[in-house]
Design a protein around this ligand. Structure first.
Ligand code: ADP
Ligand code: ASP
Ligand code: MG
Length: 411
């Protein structure tokens, strides 16, 4: 059975006309002989709208109830999508996450999928139906509704493709994965093939075109993903294993992430166990800590800075203030106006000078670096938020538009 999972993002189902356009893409695939499972996001703006409604009640809200609320966006979209397919003459059945079921852990608002039941989907497909599955939604073992984190419909699609041994198409509002966000860098180029590893770094460093977990999932189960536009027929980007990427370049892409906040715990006693205490408390609250910098110590004291996701910054702040008091730190400073800019590329493993060049470009524009982190295939710098777009454009120009390096074909 030639199975295909087609996922449509918010913009691609943003109006009834767009839902019709998306439905026609499904029909096209069906007419070519594919059996299709549709995954739909909420209509564009819907999830944000629900969030801001809730935020009229308060800042820190019960996460279980947030999931009940946020999951409604996708429920509405799948109903409309199925109605549209039926109107166009194709039998479709909408399914919420719990009806599949897509079983997750109980970490509300960012749950992880632990199990997918495929029997109902398979039965529907065998009976000639097009299942239209709600992205983003899950259900715990004890029947509570969960969601998979912002952008989570990508993960629903990849997980279903993996469970069904199907191919996976991600339809979005840009024609593929670019060397930088095409909305910020008009000269950004579409990348025909990108490795899981590179896509994972780009996604975790701010390229929201694919949710991080969806790429982790794809890498683990080797799901090949085709990211493309729902508004054109052109070939998009294939996210594939590294050995299938023909052209290896030092720098594949540039990103900026303005979704993090920086905390500095000022004047903490510089002795073993203090860092562990701070990060253990955050870990227990399921808060992911990113860039960590510990300054040189003076008179037995040091400053410790780190970043966390802004959506978790209020929760983190409460915890950090408590621990800071306990360990006798002087104060806690929070800065929400930071951005992490990064250059990413597999070829960095075997080339040198990337860091020097990156620092040079930032320095040339008077952009100060507050923290640096590296891996084999990326370099990230934390800078002031107001410089984020400038940094991305300048780094793109230096590394991609004016790149004089020799590319390694097939190697
Ligand atoms: P969807 O609603 O279809 O899931 P998203 O808004 O989540 O779409 O992701 C698509 C957006 O990702 C694009 O509109 C683009 O602005 C942004 N983006 C950021 N970085 C990149 C990149 N490197 N390549 C392509 N798109 C990118
Ligand atoms: N609707 C959810 C969001 O806006 C999930 C998604 O679109 O992938 O984050
Ligand atoms: Mg998305």
């Amino acid at each position: 059975m030639n199975l295909l999972v087609q996922k449509f993002g918010g913009t691609s189902v943003g109006s009834i006309e767009r839902i019709e356009n998306a439905a026609r893409r499904v029909i096209q695939a069906v007419e070519k002989g594919h059996r299709v499972v549709v995954v739909s996001s909420a209509m564009a703006g819907e999830t944000d709208g629900l969030l801001s409604l809730a935020h009229q009640i308060g800042k820190r809200l019960p996460e279980r109830e947030m999931d009940v609320l946020l999951s409604t966006g996708e429920q509405k979209a799948i109903a409309l999508f199925s109605m549209m397919l039926r109107k166009l003459g194709y039998p479709a059945v909408s399914l919420c996450g719990w009806q599949v079921p897509i079983v997750t852990d109980d970490v509300h608002t960012k749950s992880r999928i632990v199990k997918i039941g495929v029997q109902r989907l398979k039965n529907l497909i065998n009976d000639g139906y097009i299942p239209v599955v709600a992205g983003f939604q899950g259900v715990t073992e004890t029947w509570d509704i969960t969601t998979l984190g912002r952008g989570g419909s990508d993960t629903t699609a990849v997980a279903l493709a993996s469970a069904l041994s199907a191919d996976c198409e991600i339809y979005t509002d840009v024609p593929g994965v670019f060397t930088a966000d095409p909305r910020i860098v008009p000269n950004a180029k579409k990348v025909p093939y990108i490795s899981y590893e590179e896509m994972l770094e780009l996604a975790s460093l701010g390229a929201k075109v694919m949710q991080i977990r969806s790429v982790e999932f794809a890498a683990k189960y080797r799901v090949r993903i085709h990211v493309r536009s729902s508004f054109s027929e052109e070939e998009g980007t294939w996210i594939v294993p590294e050995d299938e990427v023909m052209e290896k370049v030092a720098v594949r892409g540039i990103t900026a992430d303005t979704k993090e906040a920086r905390f500095t715990v000022v004047k903490v006693p510089d002795k073993p166990g203090i860092a562990a205490e701070i990060f253990k408390a955050l870990g227990e609250a399921h808060i992911v800590v990113d860039m960590i910098v510990q300054n040189v110590s003076h008179d037995g004291y040091t400053d410790m800075s780190f970043t966390v996701n802004k959506t978790e910054a209020d929760k983190a702040e409460e915890i950090i203030r408590k621990v800071a008091e306990k360990v006798g730190a002087e104060e806690v400073v929070r800065d929400d106006k930071v951005a992490k800019v990064s250059v990413v590329g597999l070829g960095m493993k075997s080339s040198y000078g990337t860091a020097a060049k990156m620092f040079e470009v930032l320095a040339k524009h008077g952009i100060n670096m507050m923290a640096i982190s590296t891996s084999e295939i990326k370099i990230s710098c934390l800078i002031e938020e107001k410089f984020a777009e400038l940094a991305v454009r300048e780094l793109h120009e230096a590394f991609i538009e004016n790149n004089e390096e020799i590319k390694v074909e097939g190697g």
